[in-house]
Design a protein around this ligand. Structure first.
Ligand SMILES: [Mn+2]
Length: 492
């Protein structure tokens, strides 16, 4: 089947690949450094294997646009199916071995050029590249200490073979979380089980925490790409603000935003855009974008691009007619003050939970003041402030990281307090006399503020000099938001 829409991104992908091949640039240098750090952590007794993501079906025989596995992309920069990276930190010279799919003229006619081994070598900086059909014999040779095809030197893998002989070798994989014994194991666990059936002298080790720890600290190259990625997203949000007006549809704002991504060379969105107007602003992951907006609506937009594999995360909430009502402003000012408190708490050595606590204090006090909450302490306010206020960002919009690690330079994260007034929230409360009294006390305030949802979210990078708001170019105060909307009115 020829589908025009699918042809376009493939052309772009090929063009990018050619640029990368023509000059091994800062990305190749950076992924080399990432592999070196992973190997340092894994040690010389280890062989580690990382796979590309499988293609995913969109409809019948049509796939979604390909999305590479974040860890493989992190380690190789290669955005291609059927790619496998093997790391053997103890090897004398060939410590990195990459496998890419074989050339296939017919497939490439339909779906585009595949990297040849030499192109993959330039693209990734991995010197030793074989075709994917050599992976099985390679692993069999390595895990049986026979010597692998492609590692001809007798002493090349001596460190690993010695470890294998002494029963202290490791096979490091990204093991899928396994919640219970009856759940079908994922591909990495199945591979581990097959290798254990056939070979001896090693234990299986989960490399997930090693990758999470390294990905949590952005390199200077990643910081530059993330900065650019977030800048594209701020431009996209501005285009959305210009497109929003009474009578327009949510999807028209979404299309204005996403056009800016593609127009600036972003691969796609980093996550499906959330464009929720009026009561839809209170739905945390509203993805339909199908409502016609009305005068007086607030519009909540949570959207960001995936540029060169890195994704920010930004939310703005604004009145589509250009002016906050007093009630909308009451809620907005609390969320804004909470975010400010969260930003102040984001310091080197602080815990991520300190950001949460700082936001919570302001949210709770503000909600008490508006009469939406009766208890000045405790968790009652969570009925309106329902989600966490910070997470890591990076290759995944909810990026990986080591839990409980104090904040340090190079970490990137969001600060995103929100308040959502839904009268249905009362239905979640157990029917107790205390809750009945609470509902009675706040009923009038809920009636006044119901269907208002406000989230303000920015993407931050922690530097030795302090926290940098990567999305600072986007209006955030009530005054700046209203000024931007009124200035853009002429072009709407
Ligand atoms: Mn977020």
């Amino acid at each position: 089947m020829l589908n025009f829409r699918r042809q376009f991104p493939l052309v772009v992908a090929v063009a990018l690949a050619i640029v990368r091949i023509a000059s091994a640039g800062p990305m190749q240098e950076d992924v080399k450094g990432r592999r070196a750090r992973v190997m340092d952590k894994l040690g010389p007794d280890t062989v580690a294997v990382f796979w590309s993501a499988p293609p995913r079906i969109y409809s019948n025989d049509v796939n979604y646009e390909y999305r590479q596995d974040s860890n493989l992309l992190y380690l190789t920069g290669i955005d291609q199916e059927d790619t496998i990276l093997v790391l053997m930190p103890g090897n004398r010279t060939k410590r990195e071995i990459l496998f890419v799919r074989e050339a296939d003229a017919r497939r490439e006619h339909w779906n585009g050029h595949s990297l040849t081994p030499s192109e993959a070598s330039v693209a990734s900086g991995v010197e030793t590249v074989f075709t994917a059909n050599q992976f099985e014999p390679f692993m069999a040779g390595v895990l049986s200490a026979q010597g692998a095809p492609g590692l001809p030197q007798a002493d090349e893998a001596k460190a690993f073979f010695d470890a294998l002989g002494q029963g202290r070798a490791n096979l490091a994989l990204l093991l899928e979380p396994q919640r219970n014994l009856t759940e079908t194991p994922g591909p990495a666990r199945q591979f581990a089980a097959r290798m254990r059936d056939r070979f001896f002298g090693f234990q299986v080790k989960d490399a997930t925490p090693v990758l999470a720890g390294l990905r949590q600290i952005k390199t200077p190259y990643e910081q530059a790409v993330l900065r650019q990625s977030v800048l594209i997203s701020t431009e996209a949000h501005k285009a959305g603000m210009r497109a929003a007006a009474p009578g327009k549809w949510e999807y028209q704002v979404e299309s204005a935003i996403e056009a800016v991504y593609l127009n600036n060379g972003a691969m796609s969105w980093g996550y499906p855009s959330i464009v929720g107007s009026g009561p839809n602003a209170t739905i945390l992951h509203y993805e339909k974008s199908s409502r016609q907006m009305e005068n007086g609506d607030l519009l909540l937009v949570d959207a960001a691009a995936n540029f060169e594999g890195l994704t920010g995360d930004i939310t703005r909430t604004y009145p589509i007619n250009g002016h906050f009502t007093q009630a909308q402003r009451d809620i907005y000012e609390i969320v804004f003050a909470a975010q400010e408190a969260g930003i102040k708490a984001a310091k080197i050595g602080a815990a991520p939970d300190d950001i949460q606590k700082a936001c919570d204090e302001v949210l709770r006090a503000g909600l008490v003041k508006l009469g939406l909450v009766t208890e000045p302490t405790g968790r009652q306010f969570k009925i309106w402030a329902t989600h966490g206020v910070t997470h890591w960002i990076g290759m995944d919009v909810h990026d990986v990281g080591v839990r409980g690690k104090p904040l340090e330079a190079g970490m990137a994260f969001t600060i995103e307090p929100g308040i959502y007034i839904r009268d249905q929230a009362f239905n979640d409360l157990p029917k107790t006399p205390e809750n009945a009294a609470f509902i009675e006390k706040v009923r009038a305030a809920v009636e006044k503020y119901k269907n208002i949802g406000v989230r303000i979210e920015d993407s931050f990078l922690l530097l030795p000099s302090g926290v940098e708001n990567l999305s600072a170019a986007l209006p955030r105060t009530v005054a700046d938001v209203e000024r931007f909307l009124s200035e853009s009115k002429g072009s709407r």
